[in-house]
Design a protein around this ligand. Structure first.
Ligand code: ATP
Ligand code: MG
Length: 395
């Protein structure tokens, strides 16, 4: 699109009040700045209920679009043309002329104009603007107005001294800007579910630290490479993230050697949760996040979810608990994690899997089994071997 020199960003504001609103807006402006790093953008302004990004000449609008699509808190945005408004002479000639010129270059046969004004002191209201600009386009291009089902919608935003128009609204992720909801520790496995679970929390404004348990030294690093790729994909929403990889093979061997086979699955999970909780506290996290979905596998029965829950003091957040697998897969595809997740690996959970895992583990049986383990020493062993790495976006 020629002449685009501004991006107008909209967010959902229904639930925003008072100080929440201020911190939401400040965080969103800061995150947009981080997301657009390296693209030569200097000016980002928080105007009334919208954010304006001023593009330099020759800005890479495709890159700007791509980055903004992943800024949580953005409901939608548009690449717009700025036109000065002359209030002493309340005609809309300059705006109308610019819209006519833009629409002459498009092949649509029907259109409508949708206007919003930020400044209610204008001598004309939104409908006046829609009518005036619409009439000018009809005369200037021969195109027809269709309010119900137009081929193209012209969006006009009226600010105090300028108007902006655009012919496309691009959806953002919605949700809340990352940073307004604290930090959570996401248990990430390399499977399909856990990256989607992490994303759900990120989209509600959480920063994330990631924790992965690898079957090393008993299996290869394949799962770790996948997890790194997944964390890098998610970092595009976070700008910065930390990953802890914990070699878990030896801890699993201890569990296998000392406890009854049917409890293994749940005992692995309880150990993971304990180690993750320690790391979560170091990182200032208020909750742990897993990709559990009710009833999906043996570890996710009501009874087993409950006994895993009990191993942690921090809340365990399970944003996918009520989702079907097909819904999770759809979201993973949209997010761009699916292709990585389905690559083959050697997941530590498949190590020494019992033929008949207990699906209704009772607390008393489990506590008895855990008495055979030196839990404190195993947690310490996991923490001592944890390997930390940092991720950034843009890279
Ligand atoms: P996923 O697709 O996320 O691997 P899943 O359907 O395979 O999930 P489980 O293997 O029961 O289910 O794992 C449930 C959750 O436990 C995962 O979503 C993840 O949050 C956590 N988890 C499982 N294995 C690991 C691991 N190796 N490292 C870190 N977290 C894990
Ligand atoms: Mg898994």
């Amino acid at each position: 699109m020629s002449g685009v020199n501004t991006v107008i960003v909209h967010y959902h504001e229904l639930a925003l009040k008072g100080r929440n609103r201020d911190s939401f807006e400040q965080q969103l402006v800061g995150n947009i700045r981080l997301a657009l790093k390296g693209l030569g953008i200097k000016q980002i302004d928080n105007l009334r209920s919208r954010i304006r990004v001023v593009l330099p000449p020759q800005a890479d609008t495709a890159a700007v679009t791509d980055r903004l699509k992943r800024v949580c808190g953005i409901a939608n945005f548009s690449l717009a043309h700025a036109v000065p408004l002359d209030l002493s002479h309340p005609g809309l000639d300059q705006l109308s002329a610019a819209v006519v010129e833009e629409l002459r270059a498009t092949s649509c046969s029907t259109f409508r104009v949708t206007a919003r004004r930020a400044d209610k002191r204008f001598p004309f209201n939104s409908m006046d603007v829609e009518r005036a600009v619409g009439a000018a386009v009809c005369v200037g291009t021969g195109k027809r107005v269709s309010l119900k089902d137009p081929d193209l919608t012209v969006y006009v935003e009226l600010l105090t001294k300028e108007a902006y128009f655009s012919v496309e609204k691009i959806p953002g992720p919605g949700g809340m800007p990352v940073g307004v909801s604290g930090t959570v520790a996401c248990l990430i496995s390399g499977g399909i579910d856990s990256p989607v679970a992490a994303y759900r929390m990120i989209k509600r404004g959480c920063r994330a630290a990631f924790v992965h348990f690898s079957g090393r030294p008993l299996v290869s690093r394949a799962s770790e490479d996948k997890v790194r790729e997944l964390v890098q994909t998610l970092t595009a929403y976070l700008y910065g993230a930390r990953l802890y990889v914990i070699p878990f093979g030896e801890i699993q061997r201890e569990i296998v050697l000392n406890t009854p086979a049917p409890f293994r699955v749940v005992l692995y999970r309880r150990m993971m949760v304990r180690i993750a909780e320690e790391l979560a506290r170091r990182e200032g996290c208020w909750g742990l996040v897993t990709g559990d979905s009710l009833g999906q596998v043996a570890s996710q029965t009501p009874e087993n979810l409950s006994v895993v829950e009990e191993a942690a003091e921090l809340p365990i957040l399970r944003p996918l608990i009520g989702m079907d697998k097909v819904e999770i897969v759809d979201e993973a595809r949209r997010l761009g994690t699916y292709e990585t997740s389905i690559e083959p690996d050697q997941d530590c959970c498949k190590l020494f899997t019992p033929a008949h895992p207990s699906t209704k583990t009772r607390f008393d049986e489990l506590r008895k089994a855990e008495r055979a383990l030196d839990i404190t020493a195993l947690v310490k062993q996991g923490l001592d071997k944890a390997e930390r790495s940092e991720f950034t976006f843009p890279i």
